[in-house]
Design a protein around this ligand. Structure first.
Ligand code: ZN
Length: 187
């Protein structure tokens, strides 16, 4: 679906060639509709070789076990988003260890999903009762007889395999001051 009206001033948009790509641009102000994008974040919380899973109580994916996660917010660091989602959905406190996978999905809404390996801190898994109706830590063997979503199986496999490097880890002390950014770096 194509945008027809300006999000800023409500005037009509027109097709305009921007550096070789036709985009919808406002006829009255400087607004340009660059596209539809969303960023998802997912948590692989590891506790004694088991992974935290939740069972989806709503569509899409109702009845499937997945890793906790959600969509990023406008003014929130992704590190805070993923910690909040894990706490809200499953009642578990966890901290980011590293980025273990990225999924790119260029559709009508271009979605990028960033998966984090996280260390368990505290809390017994309790479902929020709204988005999810069950939560717990499960081993690969236990997951074999569960209705685990395919994408979650892929992520769990990556999170539990022995890693030759740490992946991208949070950089709390960058070599130059870079205030206000969430930074992750190779090691
Ligand atoms: Zn406008």
């Amino acid at each position: 679906m194509e945008a027809k009206f300006c999000l800023t001033c409500g005037s009509a948009l027109e097709k305009r060639n921007m550096d070789g790509t036709v985009r919808m641009a406002c006829t009255a102000c400087s607004f340009v509709h660059w596209g539809n994008y969303s960023v998802g974040v997912g948590a692989l919380v590891v506790k004694e070789e088991k992974i935290l899973l939740v069972r989806r109580a709503q569509e899409p994916g109702k009845g499937y076990w997945t890793n906790p996660g959600g969509y990023i917010e406008q003014h929130e660091l992704i590190e805070e988003t993923i910690q909040r989602e894990v706490l809200e959905e499953a009642g578990v406190e966890a901290v980011i260890k590293s980025v273990v996978a990225v999924r790119d999905q260029p559709r009508s809404i271009h979605n990028v999903y960033i998966a984090f390996s996280m260390d368990y801190v505290s809390g017994d898994p309790i479902p929020d009762g709204v988005e999810v109706d069950a939560a717990g830590f499960f081993s690969i063997e236990e997951m074999a007889t569960m209705n685990v979503a395919g994408f979650t199986k892929w992520l769990v496999h990556i999170a539990l395999q022995p890693h030759t490097s740490e992946g991208l880890t949070p950089d709390k002390y960058p070599i130059v001051p870079l205030d206000g950014y969430g930074l992750f770096r190779a090691n």
